[in-house]
Design a protein around this ligand. Structure first.
Ligand code: SF4
Ligand code: SF4
Length: 296
């Protein structure tokens, strides 16, 4: 079923030209220290940072020369917006007429003044609140700053039991049009009562609660959505390692093919899994995780 809506960040059926790219370069460091994350407080060597910057600039240059529409979600291992080159890439991409959407997953730790240079009809943020890493008022202040600037963003938390009170407080303090998502914590089994608590905050939590049985199912990845690394290597998604070609040498060809994995348990994957119907739920906000009808 299609809503018939044009969906920035998500191709409509028949929209053959638009390509959505999940980009993840060499960067693998973060200024936060989340206990549930392998990248907590990791530092990148100067060489790695230089390589990350060069790779991102190459990618932005490639995107600039596409003859078709493009949407990009940056999904760094770690935090990108503390690096000037991610902020610049976001601004540059947002101002390209053929870029439908550019978004990034971020902990919102860095300053926001750079957003004044971006085209806010194209740029969006996927923000995550990490209680324990940032004072509540500071994080809420960042969200209010984004709202004041007219930035499109979603906010979410990992659904750990210790986060429930923080998430409730955040939901109560955020304007209703700002969508708050909840990710099921990895390896955590939710009782129905626990799931109900989280669903009261995020009505779409049931999509995250259990992994999706994706084997053999139609998934847009590999066709209208791809994962690209710093070398330009194309994979269908971040979770299937098979290489499909490279964007820089022209060896990638789009092709629809069913999911080869048994399960898909991450939103940035299963949102593209056709039987979930999530392109309709998130029409207009697939990449930044904003359901249709939310956001500015
Ligand atoms: S903010 Fe994100 S990348 Fe950084 S340590 Fe926490 S979960 Fe990991
Ligand atoms: S369903 Fe998930 S794991 Fe399977 S191809 Fe799609 S994104 Fe990848």
């Amino acid at each position: 079923m299609s809503t018939g809506l044009l969906a920035p960040g998500g191709a409509e059926p028949g929209d053959r030209e638009h390509l959505t790219i999940l980009y993840r370069g060499p960067l693998a460091s973060c200024d936060y220290d989340c206990p549930y994350c392998p990248f907590a407080k990791r530092r990148d060597s100067p060489e790695r940072l230089r390589a990350d910057r060069a790779a991102l600039e190459r990618f932005t240059g490639w995107a600039a020369t596409r003859a078709h529409e493009v949407s990009v979600l940056f999904t760094p291992w770690g935090e990108g917006l503390v690096r000037s080159w991610y902020r610049r890439a976001m601004v540059e991409l947002s101002r390209m007429p053929h870029v439908r959407r550019v978004a990034i997953q971020t902990n919102l730790s860095s300053r926001t003044d750079w957003l004044a240079e971006a085209d806010l009809d194209t740029l969006a943020l996927w923000a995550t609140y990490h209680p324990g890493q940032v004072a509540y008022e500071r994080f809420l202040g960042r969200c209010r700053d984004l709202t004041g600037r007219g930035v499109r963003f979603s906010v979410g938390v990992v659904g750990l039991p210790g986060h429930l009170g923080h998430a409730r407080r955040l939901r109560a303090d955020l304007p209703p049009e700002v969508y708050l998502w909840v990710n099921a914590a990895e390896g955590h089994v939710y009782t129905d009562a626990e799931a109900a608590d989280w669903t009261a905050l995020d009505p779409l939590f049931p999509y995250s609660r259990f992994p999706h049985r994706s084997a053999g199912q139609a998934c847009r990845t590999g066709d209208s959505v791809v994962s690209v690394d710093g070398d330009g290597t194309v994979r269908r998604c971040h979770f299937v390692p098979a290489v499909l070609g490279n964007i820089y040498d022209g060896t990638f060809r789009r092709r629809a093919r069913p999911c080869p994995a048994a399960l898909c348990d991450c939103h940035i994957g299963y949102v593209h899994l056709e039987p979930t119907g999530l392109y309709d739920v998130f029409a207009g906000g697939v990449l930044e995780r904003i359901p249709h009808g939310h956001g500015r």
